[in-house]
Write a protein that binds this ligand. Sequence first.
Ligand SMILES: C=C(O[C@H]1C=CC=C(C(=O)O)[C@@H]1O)C(=O)O
Length: 377
Amino acid sequence: MMQAMAFFNALEDHINKNLAFVAYRKPDENVIKAFLQKDKQSYTTTDFSESGFVFSDFCGTKSLLIPEANSEVISTEYKSEKPATETSEYIPEITNTEAQKQHEALVAKGIAEIKSGSMKKVVLARKEQNPTQLSVLSIFKNVLENYPKAFCYIWSHPESGIWIGATPETLVKVERNRFKTMALAGTQAFKGTIDEAAWTPKEVEEQQIVSDEIVQKLKDFKVAAGEINLSDPYTVKAGNLLHIRTDISGVLDNDNLSNLLESLHPTPAVCGFPRENAKEFILKNEHSDREFYSGFLGEINLKQEVKRNSNRRNQENQAYASISKQSQIFVNLRCMKLTEGKAEIFIGGGITADSNPAAEWEETVNKSYTIKSVLVN
Ligand SMILES: C=C(O[C@H]1C=CC=C(C(=O)O)[C@@H]1O)C(=O)O
């Protein structure tokens, strides 16, 4: 473990040399880890068999990789400088009416398409440009500070540019032959209570579609060996927002990570249902290229020491510690792409037959505050 200052200096050095790196902190953890690529080559993966950190786009056409074998791996303990509040202090600017009109028209088109019967749900997104005077590392530090419960990252790569995000959504976690995923959808602004939050039938349906489809895809691709376990849907908080979440887990039939990712991505939480029709609609009608937004990112095939029993009094159990492979992949939401003095924020929302264009615009505005709050001091 390094001192925080040396850790951030190493990231800065990599930015200056235009060398690929990723630094991240997992939900509820206090260690930030980084893979610093040592060479200038651009690595990609197609079968997800390597060990390292992957960064994939929405379309599934590009999966950049920082291989563990070509990286220096460093870590530091993150110490918060102020108490975490997870609320946004971002002051909204005057509404951008052009952007609003454009998004509402897109949503209306999506609703019409759903009513025509070709799909049940589609997730429609927009991009927003925001100026920022902060350095990328200051923005990353703000993200770490504000979102202890999210997967916080900074990814810098000559092929993708610099991306920063704080995502609440796990695509999949695999440990040995066990996997865990989640169905996350439905959004409302956090107003002080989590457990008593009321959900409309539209939001309940929107999330149910995600849950059903994940289970169906796992069955279609025959990646689950047996029963797939589902929790009851429950409310979770992410920044200043609430979502509905179902936890899904099971045992894998084989260790083919590529198959598992193909069965899950893109889930109806970022694309829609049926997947192909929704994806086609998105690619044809959205006004900007999603690039890596709503793609996925995370550790693949990292060796992990598994202790069978962490009871410290029972020292012999340490002898049973064994090595296994672990992958932990997140959906790239609540994220931004950074270029000189400018942050491009990507935000989307799930549309069903019961959606209302003005309310959907409002939802993207609420989501944008979650991420924009880190652009100011
Ligand atoms: C697509 C996004 O969020 C997804 C995850 C949770 C809730 C969602 C919703 O309510 O629409 C979205 O499916 C986004 O934040 O850009």
